[in-house]
Design a protein around this ligand. Structure first.
Ligand SMILES: *Cc1c(COP(=O)(O)O)cnc(C)c1O
Length: 371
């Protein structure tokens, strides 16, 4: 099967073709304006995004990793501090903790939500613990009610890594708006994707807002006067302008993802483990993941049939070479380790047609029947 006919994880080319006239108009406008950094498009996107997420403030940054890094910096987290997160996430959730000089402390996930297990947080808290980075993995909302209770009891700050969860809503609140700071990524394949790197920090806290605004721009508010050591992490006008176009379609895109997920679950739940339904249902399906013992075998078979699939994530953070210095061992986080061996993400994209969904469903069903 040729590459063009493969079913991709997410069909960004098709989406671009659909939005092309609106996007190209924005591109021309920005290129003609002579304003390329921290101009009106970035400002407008910040205004629209904070309204969408439901916070008082939003600050555009260069990517989601910087958003996490700057959130930690704004909270004055550094050497001698500990920050709790899960080992079952994208590397950046733990990497940024180390980048500010703090120590990542991992807590295992719940086997159904794939998010941090609130019942295991308290045993990981020490006098040095300063914050929790809560990841809303695959678009599924973490148990913020329980997590905020624990954080308030122990006076910990909460950073939401909502990079995969824009628009995920529970009890009238959207992911990113519940903790002290929320972080978003607009990496192209995310549910709201730019045409390059982009990110955003949201908060209701005026002091944190001021600080993040300065930190992203060399620690400077007034040109050539620097209050802090910051970094250069700004959101380009071009990316902001194109993201403004796509933001208008976000709810439609999320609706389509949820519809596909519902169909997958209806047809596959008696064959493989499908995403958890029931209490705490909020999910925007950045990824639709199934679990089965013969995961690698199914991935190979799908590949032969021209169907993409991906393993998120094959190696939990505590077993990564880069984190060897933390001295974690195999077996320390059994749920994360088990899930990493069985999980497989199927293609899910607002552009995925019914007939392609059927093809994927039939392939999985056939595989399970035959094995
Ligand atoms: C994508 C992602 C990030 C990093 O975002 P970038 O924009 O790629 O830097 C961080 N955390 C999670 C959970 C992500 O999925």
């Amino acid at each position: 099967m040729t590459d063009e006919r493969r079913i991709p994880m997410v069909d960004l080319q098709k989406e671009f073709q659909r939005l092309k006239p609106k996007i190209m108009k924005e591109v021309e406008e920005v290129l003609g304006s002579g304003r390329y950094i921290l101009g009106p498009k970035c400002f407008a996107f910040e205004q629209r995004l904070k309204a969408y997420v439901g916070t008082n403030h939003a600050v555009g940054v260069a990517n989601g990793t910087d958003a996490l890094y700057l959130a930690l910096r704004a909270l004055n987290i550094g050497p001698k501090d500990e920050v709790i997160t899960t080992p079952f996430t994208f590397f950046a959730s733990g990497e940024t903790i180390a980048e500010v000089g703090a120590k990542p402390v991992f807590v295992d996930i719940n086997a159904d939500s794939y998010n941090i297990d609130p019942n295991k947080i308290e045993e990981a808290i020490t006098p040095r613990t300063k914050a929790i980075i809560v990841v809303h993995l695959f678009g599924k909302g973490a148990d913020m009610k329980e997590i905020m209770k624990i954080a308030n009891k122990h006076q910990l700050r909460v950073i939401e890594d909502a990079c995969q969860a824009i628009g995920t809503e529970e009890g009238g609140k959207r992911a990113g708006s519940i903790g002290d700071i929320g972080c978003f990524s607009f990496f192209p394949s995310k549910n709201l994707g730019a045409f390059g790197d982009a990110g955003m920090i949201v908060t209701n806290n005026d002091v944190l807002y001021e600080k993040v605004q300065e930190l992203r721009n060399h620690g400077s508010k007034t040109k050539y006067h620097h209050r802090f050591i910051g970094i250069n992490s700004r959101l380009d006008e071009l990316q902001a302008a194109m993201l403004l176009v796509k933001l208008d379609y976000l709810d439609l895109f999320l609706y389509k993802r949820k519809k596909i997920a519902k169909r997958y679950t209806e047809k596959l739940s008696s064959y493989v483990k499908t995403p958890a339904e029931g209490k705490g249902r909020a999910h925007t399906y950045h990824q639709y993941c199934i679990e089965l013992k013969e995961r690698d075998h199914l991935a190979k078979l799908l590949d032969e049939q021209g169907i993409s699939s991906e393993i998120y994530y094959p190696v939990p953070l505590h077993l990564q070479e880069a984190f060897q210095y933390l001295c974690y061992q195999k077996g320390d986080f059994p749920i994360s380790e088990k899930v990493s061996k069985h999980i497989l993400a199927l293609p899910i994209s607002p552009e995925l047609s019914d007939s392609l969904q059927d093809k994927i469903i039939a392939s999985v069903q056939r595989f399970v029947h035959g094995s």
